[in-house]
Design a protein around this ligand. Sequence first.
Ligand code: UDP
Length: 324
Amino acid sequence: MKVFITGGAGFIGSHLAERLVAAGHQVLVLDDLSTGSIENIDHLIGRKGFDYRIGSVLDAPLVAEMVDRCDITVHLAAAVGVRLIVEQPVHTIHNNVAGTETVLNAAARKRKLVVVASTSEVYGKRNHVPFREDDDLMLGPTIHSRWAYACSKALDEWLALAYMHEKGVPVIVTRFFNTVGPRQTARYGMVLPAFAAQALAGEPITVYGTGEQSRCFGHVEDVVEAVVRLMTTPAAVGQVVNIGNDEEVTINQLAERVRAAAGSRSPIVRIPYDQAYAEGFEDMLRRVPDVSKLERIIGFRPTTSLNEIIADVLEDKRAALAVA
Ligand code: UDP
């Protein structure tokens, strides 16, 4: 099959492209390199079946051309990373909503399948875990820009489902939970690459808030496997599906485990949220996916253990340090 990946030079996108090319599929990537990078796809450039364009998902004629050339579009291009979202809310809202509409509009002409990437952020401040796809969403007030991301992604979900019901475009909405693994940069503030880099450099490991907030970390290869299975499963069409691992860990425990696995003596320091992000920043206390729907539809769910994930991320960071 021919797959068009927006945001294909990003962290998840580049792993998806790699997985598809390895399976003999054709992949077309569009990326504006705002948070993605050429290094992510360097090893794919020149490989049979792989092609890419540097450009924006807001460029309607370009997006239409690429959608037309492919059978399926996986729309991953979006503003990522909580810090970026707090610092650039206008960019976040515009890119996420207008970008998704551009893709859906292009797909509507020939009713081509679109996988729309959403996020566990849409569950917002719910503290009743695990989160199920039909749960109510609980977002914070508009004075806190963090929630603009969740809201823009929720709107993307509504847009996708509306295009399906009104215009007959087959869509699948995937809600990604914290996804980590090799090649994820610490530049946008994501916790695991940040802790791994700090531990290896012997620098303080920066835990924000009390560190008692928890997350579940899915290995990017598991997550990509789930996406590939979903996009080739007819029963997934029209569905909103959580994709994540359900092994829960507090950020304090994560800091300890990364430090131990790295054999590091870094001190673990706590930084208040308003210093780490912005005044009045609101975090989610817990975030655990209910993955029973995913498992029911595709017979698979992410299960790589946190120990293996930490080991993989450390190995990748060590290798990057050795090259630098
Ligand atoms: N976090 C942290 N130190 C860091 C980066 C993040 O303690 O250097 C915390 C962050 O406040 C959140 C959790 O780790 O509670 C996960 O953050 P991340 O940005 O990776 O993903 P989020 O779950 O916020 O989307």
